[in-house]
Design a protein around this ligand. Structure first.
Ligand SMILES: NC(=O)c1ccc[n+]([C@@H]2O[C@H](COP(=O)([O-])OP(=O)(O)OC[C@H]3O[C@@H](n4cnc5c(N)ncnc54)[C@H](OP(=O)(O)O)[C@@H]3O)[C@@H](O)[C@H]2O)c1
Length: 320
């Protein structure tokens, strides 16, 4: 939903086809009543003349289709986990099946513009990172790259229910989640290998990350609270973050700890650096449907197709 709304207002985009198996044959207005879009949903894309495919399928579904889309001449921006990990051996561990197109893993560029802007310019296959991963990596990258982190990092993460997508399920049923909060995937969440892969590429000193997500009864938003032993002073750490993100349009270092509402409906990642003694406490917030998914996908598209990085992503502040 969010991706189509963003692309519909992009001045350089013509939405040539929208696909859906559930709505195949129905008009676009059945799903997007507020958009002035003419056409009917197809079950599969017709590649003739298509420059880019945005794939928003569940993991394990789009992986076997991507090669055909690339062969058809389209660049591919994949929102799922299918091409995020470089090591094919990780897929059976985290996604319970062999990767159907392991040769493509080396060609995929992780769609995190703060770290990979140059590679994204020529990328044919872009793997947009997960919502938790985006928040965790961006919250920790400056400190890890600067080598001021002790070996153990703890990430306490909280997400709104839209992080689980639109498909109904017991775990996201209103009466199950309303007025309740709980941790899940305590033994290891699928976004953890994305976080360790990216942080490991910034610093090879064998970091250990403990990542625990929580489901919070709100519609959208992710908050990560990251703890690590700090080498150096808090003032130096803050300066490190300010410098690292100085030229980034969507990542802002705040003097106050961010809230999910402050980032809501925007493509922003908001981060604050604090400490209790020598224990650093870095908090970061984003909207999982925008910077955590669709907005970041459009940001990658802008880079790959030569548009200004902020095109279609400058939103008015939504507060409260
Ligand atoms: N929600 C988030 O915050 C978020 C953040 C980052 C990344 N992502 C990732 O982005 C992707 C899309 O997320 P979402 O939240 O839009 O998920 P979603 O609401 O579950 O939508 C996925 C859609 O894929 C189609 N689909 C489901 N099973 C399928 C199958 N076996 N074969 C073909 N199509 C199938 C369905 O649409 P039709 O029936 O209409 O075809 C389904 O509605 C996922 O990989 C997700 O992990 C989500």
């Amino acid at each position: 939903m969010t991706l189509v709304h963003l692309l519909a207002r992009h001045p350089g985009v013509e939405l040539a086809q929208l696909t859906s198996r559930s709505f195949a044959g129905q008009p676009y207005s059945a799903v997007f009543p507020l958009l002035d879009l003419e056409g009917t949903f197809r079950s599969e894309p017709e590649l003739d003349g298509i420059d880019v495919v945005f794939s928003c399928l569940p993991h394990n579904v789009g992986a076997s289709k991507a090669q055909a889309w690339l062969d058809g001449g389209a660049r591919v921006i994949d929102m799922s986990a299918d091409f995020r990990l470089k090591d094919a051996a990780q897929y059976p561990v985290w996604y319970k099946q062999e990767h159907p197109a392991p040769d493509l893993l080396g060609k995929a560029v992780l769609g995190l513009p703060e770290l990979h802007e140059q590679e994204l310019k020529d990328a044919q296959l872009i793997a947009v990172p997960g919502c938790y991963s985006t928040a965790s990596i961006l919250a920790l990258a400056p400190a890890v790259a600067a080598g001021v982190v002790g070996s153990d990092i703890v990430v306490d993460a909280k997400s709104g229910v839209s992080g689980a997508g639109r498909s109904p399920g017991i775990g996201t049923h209103f009466s199950e989640v309303n007025e309740s909060i709980g941790a899940y995937a305590i033994n290891g969440h699928r976004h953890l290998p994305e976080v360790t892969q990216e942080l490991g590429s910034l610093n090879a000193n064998g970091l250990r990350v403990t990542f625990v997500p929580h489901l919070v009864p709100m519609t959208r938003g992710i908050l990560v609270t990251c703890y690590f032993d700090l080498k150096g002073s808090l003032a130096e750490l803050n300066e490190t973050y300010m410098e690292f993100y100085a030229d980034q349009p969507f990542t802002k270092v705040l003097a106050q700890s961010p809230t999910t509402k402050l980032a809501s409906h925007s493509n922003l990642f908001l981060v604050n650096v604090a400490a209790q003694g020598q224990k650093a406490v870095v908090t970061g917030a984003l909207d999982n449907l925008v910077k955590g998914a669709s907005g970041q996908g459009v940001e990658c598209f802008n880079i790959a197709f030569g548009f200004d990085r902020t095109t279609a992503l400058e939103m008015p502040v939504q507060w409260p």
